[in-house]
Design a binder for this molecule. Sequence first.
Ligand code: MN
Length: 230
Amino acid sequence: MSFVIQPSEQATVAIDGSGKRFPVRRIYCVGRNYRAHAIEMGADPDREPPFFFMKPADAIVQNGATIAYPQKTENLHHEIELVAAIGEGGRDIQEKRALDHVWGYGVGIDLTRRDIQNKAKEMGRPWDMGKGFDNSAPCTALRPVSEVGHPDTTNATIWIKVNGEIKQKSTLDLHIWTTAETISYLSGLMELQAGDLIFMGTPDGVGPVMPGDTMEGHIDDVGDLTIKIA
Ligand code: MN
């Protein structure tokens, strides 16, 4: 195929212990998937079905990277999250088969320009500029299900430190919507395809990061993520 301009590069994430890569098609994110976080954001966790927003595939940032402090914000927030990587697509996937569609898992940060997001909420505008900006989706190398199982069917611990201090800490069994339920629900809205990532939502304790800060994220058995802000 010939193009009139150079096509952009395929976005990818690493695979743990392998030179192969996972090609990223779309990045879906679940909003408010922990009760305590929904409450800290001023929402009622008992009244909402899951809802979703997206980031562009090329918002992915590799583990170990240093990123620039993003433009047009004074309130960049960390949100540590489990990332589920879809290996087999489908639509209207039944909950009991949903986990068969997962290739593996990683540890991600849903970086958020909270001031822009809050303004969008206030004005009833889309979240894209608060959530889907450049370099807004750091993610570790993925680990396959054959090695890691399905972490949110366990009480695996998830945490993030900023400059060595714990800021968010919870367990994956506290997801309001499990990975299986989320895949089932989301595949009723959009056809999932191999290469899709789902950021599964963050616990309470979100807060700001500043230029010069180091974020270290962790999920038991899944991985460790280190991202610096220049
Ligand atoms: Mn999030």
